[in-house]
Design a binder for this molecule. Sequence first.
Ligand code: FE
Length: 133
Amino acid sequence: MDTKDEVSKTDAQWREELSPDQYAVLRKGATEAPFTGEYAFTKDAGVYRCAGCGAELFDSDTKFESGTGWPSFYEPKVAEAVELRRDRSLAMVRTEVVCRRCKGHLGHVFEDGPRPTGERYCINSCALDLETR
Ligand code: FE
């Protein structure tokens, strides 16, 4: 799947295609409660795709246990798969992570991650779809 082909759908289409939780996170920027998501502790090998558009976002090889209750990765599968945006909501300055293809909200990236990148992509489970290998 080509991550450069952008997906754009109407709000009504997204609402119809996504589950209520996926819609709230991907389209409205909500955050799922920690330790509740399907992939918080998953160690299965595979590729995590965007639950909105199917773009390949993260590989299980870069997933690590962050203790936060959200799936955490030290880098995207390919840098171009995601888009980073300055987020000043909730009286914090954070970096939002968005799927480049469908612009769905995925989570945030922080600079307290492990080697080799030092980054921690903190991603909502329900924004992801694991394709195991
Ligand atoms: Fe997407």
